[in-house]
Design a protein around this ligand. Structure first.
Ligand SMILES: Cc1ncc(COP(=O)(O)O)c(C=O)c1O
Length: 439
């Protein structure tokens, strides 16, 4: 830290902003920027905002975001400022820029900024949270056999470090017959009197299956009615493949924690993510990494306790970050708001339907992702008879189609039509799948 305290500097430069003001302010007005001028014109125009190679059909764009123009420009602006005068630019921007990011995320999620912690990725959020959720003796964590490496490993590390019990259950017998009722019923039956934490993934990157999170939350609420607050089930959801796809308000979803990276479907800067927590649930988390939040740091400098600050603040890990990326995140939320959440969902669904409806008519293809949008979002997984998933993905790349193989024990070909794709690209992809066996 510099000789001058953070708040001293902010006061002297007239930049100090009260927490109440930050909680209510329009982020763009705070930054002295005009309100977003952008209106959504066309999908082709949106695509032109990405520096993605025009020679390729990108069906793995969710893997890691390409920065669209407003995000790219904000990153470059902050980078130039930090490079020119790191300490001056940081003091001038840190507090208000972080507030703007939280405000934009909160507006998008339908939440309060004080309920959001900022992270660098889904994995960081999962690790931070699952490592520190308080458990009393005899309480267990219930998770599923369908989760991603990052959930499974966070829970395994927790168990190894603390002796916590982690139990895994399947939520369905077979993808062919899976239903929302079966999933909710499996969860309900899997919950034991010892279950304190339930950890699931909203959209499975292994199969494309989407869980009925709201119905699962309602089933948990019924069980919680007969439990004391200290035994209440805390419902945690890895939402990375739903954020920027599904049209939802997190406060109405019914879960206690939503953990997601913002550098996949949201198009946020690479190395950004968040954890949203219900205000009643946050106190169950015990922070481990010191936050660099200004209020918390100032209180420390005054020898005062910061424990009355919202837990979300303490759950935003400190140390310096790649601030040019973190401070550009509001632009990604604004871009999604300009397009409109329902239009985003509708477009992703339409392209995914087109792909799935085409795939099921191809005799040498086995589609694994449910066709219904009730049980799927933006990820389509399938197999091609006689070819390994890796061979299929390699053949696709030779034909300039970019897909991926599911990074799980069971491997499938995975294509994820998203906002940067067109129906024409999906048709071209289907044409290549039809030709696959004969080539
Ligand atoms: C379901 C799921 N959770 C978490 C992750 C990890 O995300 P991040 O790269 O943001 O840590 C991925 C994929 O990378 C994923 O598919």
């Amino acid at each position: 830290m510099s000789g001058m305290g953070r708040r001293d500097f902010l006061v002297r430069t007239g930049l100090t902003l009260s927490a109440a003001l930050l909680a209510n302010a329009n982020p763009r007005a705070l930054a002295g920027q005009p309100s977003p001028q952008g209106a959504f014109t066309s999908w082709a125009d949106l695509r032109s905002q990405f520096p993605l190679s025009p020679q390729l059909i990108h069906l793995a764009a969710f893997f890691l975001a390409s920065h669209p123009t407003p995000v790219h420009e904000a990153i470059e602006r902050h980078r130039a400022g930090l490079d020119a005068d790191p300490i001056g630019y940081w003091f001038e921007h840190e507090e208000k820029q972080e507030a703007m990011v939280l405000r934009a995320a909160a507006d998008y999620l339908g939440a309060n900024p004080t309920d959001i912690a900022l992270t660098d990725s889904t994995t960081m959020g999962l690790g931070l949270l699952y490592g520190v959720l308080r458990l009393r003796s005899g309480q267990e964590i219930l998770t599923t056999t369908h989760d991603h490496y990052s959930t499974e490993t966070s829970l395994r590390l927790r168990a190894e470090r603390t002796g916590a019990t982690v139990r895994h259950i399947p939520l369905y017998r077979a993808l062919k017959t899976v239903s929302r009722d079966e999933i909710v019923e499996s969860l309900r039956k899997g919950i034991s009197p010892a279950t304190r934490i339930v950890a699931v993934t909203w959209v499975h990157s292994s199969t494309g299956l989407k869980l009925p999170i709201h119905e699962m939350a309602l089933a948990i609420q019924v069980i919680n009615r007969s439990r004391d607050e200290q035994d209440r089930i805390i419902f945690c959801v890895d939402g990375v493949h739903a954020l920027g796809v599904e049209d939802f308000r997190v406060s109405e979803l019914g879960c206690d924690f939503l953990i997601a990276g913002t550098h996949k479907w949201m198009f946020g800067p690479r190395g950004t993510g968040l954890v949203w927590g219900h205000p009643q649930a946050w106190p169950i988390a015990q922070p481990t990494i010191p936050t660099f939040n200004s209020q918390a740091y100032d209180l420390w400098m005054e020898n005062k306790s910061s424990k009355d600050l919202p837990t979300s603040i303490h759950m935003t890990p400190g140390g310096f970050h790649s601030f040019e990326h973190r401070w550009a995140l509001d632009e990604a939320f604004t871009l999604h708001q300009i397009i409109g959440k329902s239009r985003v969902t509708q477009r992703i669904y339409e392209l995914n339907q087109q792909l799935k409806q085409g795939l099921v008519t191809i005799p040498h293809v086995t589609l694994h992702t449910p066709q219904s949008q009730d049980l799927s979002a933006g990820i389509v997984c399938f197999e091609v008879a006689g070819l390994t998933p890796r061979t299929v993905v390699e053949k696709f790349r030779q034909r300039r189609i970019i897909g991926s193989v599911t990074p799980y024990t069971t491997k499938y070909v995975r294509l994820a039509p998203s906002l940067i794709n067109s129906p024409k690209e999906i048709e071209a992809t289907l044409e290549e799948v039809r030709r696959l066996r004969s080539s």
